[in-house]
Write a protein that binds this ligand. Structure first.
Ligand code: HEM
Length: 401
């Protein structure tokens, strides 16, 4: 079996659309990732994606940004009053709340210790999904830890959340509750379509855990990368912070440039399920692995201009190419949460109304952190995580004003 690698943007883009290539980035993390949406292929993937897309509605995103995120931001900032903060930990606390609401997992109490437990669970699910990219990790020991965490998630959070939703679905079936009164989350739609999708309990459990992870983990790391670029910019531009605080849409453009430079996984990995020819002309046999290098594709000078490895939110990008590159994937597995995480940039030439505009979770929080006066801690340099072949900040010490 051979391994092939694609690095040019157009080749990567086309390869992600080839039905003969099946997801294989998460093979080592099967304990959590087996038959969840991002690892399914073909018709079962299409059917499940259609069901889950019901949650990703524009009005849902708007409510999130107008009501849910501001509330979560205020409560997390209030519960961490210390002057010294770690942006990665803060990021986990912001995103854990948002991810729970999205996945359909109810808090059982509102206590701080439960929040810490949920952050711990989320971090362990992150370990599971990235086992294939871990350096020097004992796979067997990690699998045992993930299994124990999944059992804890099941007993403490998933079971009561599923029971509450089953009861509500029963009331809808009996005509006692209007369908619109159901919670709008992934767990509810999965329980609604359980028979159609031939789901068994373990699959619903893993899918819900996957959503809890997918909607939080990537955003946490994207937030710390974006803050790093925003801080660096402010340090080199005396009026930079005031200008960014006054222009949330500008912060959003900065965040999108950061998305381009730092895809959550530097590569996508696929396995061929049939013999095929890659967009660069290489012949691939069944069982071969294809690495699609998202990080390098997003630094393709032909599309992103000179010095593509540099942070430059003013860069000219080839018409029709997303300013975030292929950080959110493309094709059958294209990220369902892109709008939620990244919003949509103002369209040049079209009237812009900030009250109706969607910034996306990451830019909303980045802007709020700048506005709150958060600065890097000059006494403690941030550290990158060396234990994994992904570019993520292990910690990012900062100060509150
Ligand atoms: C900065 C934030 C995010 C980044 C960079 C990101 C990136 C990605 C990428 C690259 C993929 C495709 C994986 C592949 O082709 O192998 C993907 C898929 C996915 N993402 Fe995201 N994502 C983010 C946020 C979110 C959020 C907030 C949600 C949910 C609310 C979400 C839900 C999903 C789902 C469900 C899939 C699988 C889609 C499928 O297989 O059909 N993501 N994401």
């Amino acid at each position: 079996m051979k391994t092939h690698e694609l690095t040019e943007y157009r080749h990567c883009e086309q390869a992600l659309k080839l039905p003969g290539l099946k997801q294989s980035l998460y093979d080592e993390g099967a304990i959590l990732m087996d038959r969840v949406l991002v690892t399914l292929h073909g018709e079962p993937h299409r059917e499940r994606r259609l069901t889950e897309m019901r949650v990703f509605r524009r009005d849902f995103f708007r409510r999130y940004e107008r009501e849910v995120i501001p509330e979560v931001f205020a409560s997390v900032m209030q519960s961490s009053p210390s002057k010294e903060v770690d942006l990665v930990t803060l990021g986990y606390h912001f995103m854990v709340h948002l991810a729970l609401a999205f996945a359909g997992i109810d808090r059982q109490d509102q206590g701080q210790s439960e929040t810490e437990d949920l952050v711990r669970i989320l971090r362990m699910f992150g370990v599971a999904a990235t086992l294939g990219q871990a350096k020097d990790r004992d796979l067997e020991a990690a699998n045992l830890e993930v299994r124990a965490t999944l059992t804890e998630f099941d007993e403490r959070f998933f079971t009561p959340s599923a029971q509450r939703r089953q009861a509500l679905l029963g009331q809808v079936a009996a005509g006692e509750l209007a369908e619109e009164a159901l919670p709008m989350d992934v767990l509810t739609v999965l329980l609604q379509d359980e028979d159609k999708l031939q789901l068994v309990r373990d699959m619903v459990l893993r899918e819900t855990a996957f959503y809890f992870l997918a909607s939080a983990h990537t955003s946490v790391h994207s937030l710390s990368h974006a803050m790093h670029h925003l801080f660096t910019w402010c340090a080199g531009n005396p009026d930079g912070r005031a200008d960014l605080v006054a222009n949330p849409a500008k912060v959003q453009r900065f965040v999108h440039e950061s998305f381009r430079l730092h895809p959550s996984s530097p590569v996508s990995k696929r396995q061929a399920v049939e013999d095929l020819v890659l967009p660069n002309g290489q012949h691939v046999a069944v069982g071969d692995t294809v690495i699609i290098n998202l990080r390098q594709a997003n630094r393709d000078a032909a599309l992103f201009g000179a010095e593509p490895e540099m942070f430059n939110p003013q860069r000219d990008i080839e018409r029709g190419v997303s300013e975030t590159g292929i950080t959110f994937g493309i094709g059958m597995h294209a990220c369902l949460g892109k709008n939620l995480a990244a919003g949509a940039l103002p369209v040049p030439g079209k009237a812009f109304d900030m009250d109706r505009h969607q910034l996306g979770t990451v830019a909303w929080i980045a802007h709020a952190l700048l506005e709150a006066g958060i600065t890097p801690n000059p006494m403690q340099a941030p550290e990158l995580d060396q234990a994994i072949a992904r570019e993520t900040w292990l910690n990012y010490p900062a100060l509150r004003s």
